[in-house]
Ligand binder design. Structure first.
Ligand code: GDP
Ligand code: IMO
Ligand code: MG
Length: 423
């Protein structure tokens, strides 16, 4: 069986959690392949709202298997809080969740290091989520990390060695911190973690594929935050692109089937870094207000701007996107006109590709399309779409050379319209 991958094409928060939840009934297994609790994936159904950080978004739909893959970094304390909250709200997960023994652990000192590095960068800071993501992946690549499987053997030794190393760095940075309480909570959460199915998830997933099971891989963050292809150095520390699903789960590239690229009808970004179509005016504020563009976990204000087709084409290219999923079009319902960036002007020259350096002097070139002035949130079928909205969809499909398979018109599970159903 093939594996489908669902990932963000912009700077994260495109609506991945919602769509994974919608698509879950079509799959047997949902698997996260990278990132960690820097993610905040929101799901809404039956009047309830949930935000998931480390647990895959397939956890709410029936008896599906959910996997936290080896490419993920896991903070036991945050995981425990998330899992207990789910259990308390009537969503048992122990039997349905597998966690890779090869996933790396985020230690309390990783979080302190994240804060220390950011403080040392001053105005050049990345604006991280402060969850210890960068330092944990650094240890992984440096071959000094502590993995989930380590909690079963010689854990104390490995933990203390890593902690001592981190403390030496924190001292050298003259960073003041106190992890006493956090460490207590973290160590008790490690015991809790031991009660879960800790597995070699690459074996599990390949066995499932052999047994004709279907798998959906859930990406976190977005392509423009990828450590290789994003707006470096203002990125996260993992490969958010499709290839990350192969290394983050142990799936061979020739098993990848459809690649669902999730995009908002406009664009947002949290934290520092270039954002060519960012709006600093009333329009930007209107997008933020109507779209409720505040971080799902941190509550941080998201920067807002028009949709950037140059960046999207780049994202579609590096991921091999086969189908697009368009989110939050309803946020544009009341706009008279809608802009889309189709090229950049750099030093007076018009370019239509995403350049090496987007930090300076990149000016967006826009086309303007008529708005639809219709409440999309109540629509349930694409036949009800207003003419101007259909024209907008046609324009995007033509520019991006990829079909838009789903249109999301609100945060609820039900507010999702599928297209091209007869194929
Ligand atoms: P993720 O990180 O990609 O899963 O996205 P987030 O959950 O961080 O942010 C997406 C936000 O948009 C959440 O608050 C969702 O409830 C909301 N949302 C998702 N799809 C739609 C949509 O089509 N319309 C509107 N208005 N909100 C949506
Ligand atoms: P989801 O999965 C939006 C951003 C941070 C910061 C940069 C690096 O919900 O889409 P990190 O803590 O990863 O070292 O921060 O990446 N960032 C996200 N932005 N959505 C996310 O996840 C993000 N995860 C990290 O704001 O700019
Ligand atoms: Mg999010």
């Amino acid at each position: 069986m093939k594996v489908d991958v669902l990932l963000g094409l912009q700077w994260g928060d495109e609506g991945k959690g919602k769509v994974v939840d919608v698509l879950t009934p079509r799959y047997d297994v949902i698997a996260r392949f990278q990132g960690g609790p820097n993610a905040g994936h929101t799901l809404e159904f039956e009047g309830e709202k949930y935000v998931l950080r480390s647990i895959p978004s397939g956890i709410f739909q029936g008896d599906k298997i959910n996997i936290i893959g080896n490419g993920v970094v896991l903070d036991p304390a945050l995981f425990k809080a998330e899992a207990e909250a789910l259990e308390a709200s009537g969503h048992p997960l122990k039997e349905r969740l597998y966690i890779s023994k090869k996933a790396h652990l985020i230690l309390p000192t990783h979080r302190a290091l994240d804060a220390a590095y950011e403080a040392a960068k001053g105005s050049g800071k990345v604006g991280t989520t402060g969850k210890g993501i960068g330092p944990t992946y650094t240890d992984k690549v440096n071959r000094t990390g502590v993995r989930v499987g380590d909690i079963l053997h010689h854990f104390e030794e490995k933990y203390q060695a890593a902690k001592a190393r981190h403390e030496a760095i924190l001292r050298s940075l003259q960073y003041e911190y106190d992890i006493t309480e956090a460490e207590k909570e973290w160590l008790s959460a490690v015991e809790y973690l031991k009660t879960f199915n800790l597995v070699d998830s690459e074996h599990e997933i390949n066995r499932m594929l052999k047994n004709e099971k279907t798998v959906l891989c859930e990406g976190a963050q977005g392509t423009m935050l990828d450590v290789d292809f994003g707006s470096y150095p203002f990125v996260t520390s993992s490969n958010t692109v499709c290839a990350g699903a192969c290394t983050g789960l142990g799936i061979s590239p020739n098993k990848i089937g459809d690649v669902y690229g999730i995009m908002k009808a406009y664009c947002t970004r949290v934290g520092s870094g270039p954002f060519p179509t960012e709006l600093f005016d009333e329009t930007g504020k209107k997008l933020r207000d109507i779209g409720h563009e505040y971080g799902a976990v941190t509550g941080r204000e998201r920067r807002c701007g028009w949709v950037d087709l140059v960046a999207l084409k780049y994202a579609i290219m590096v991921n091999g996107v086969t189908q697009l999923i368009l989110m939050k079009s309803d946020v544009l319902d009341t706009f008279d006109t809608i802009k889309a960036c189709v090229a950049y002007k750099v030093n007076g020259e018009i370019i239509d590709y995403f350049p090496y350096d987007v930090t300076e002097g990149v000016e967006p070139v826009y086309v303007e399309l008529p708005g639809w002035q219709t409440d999309l949130t109540k629509l349930t079928d694409e036949n009800e779409f207003p003419e101007e909205f259909n024209a907008y969809l046609d324009f995007l499909e033509e520019e991006l050379e990829t079909p838009i398979k789903f249109v999301s018109v609100g945060p609820d599970r039900k507010q999702t319209i599928e297209r091209y159903t007869e194929e």
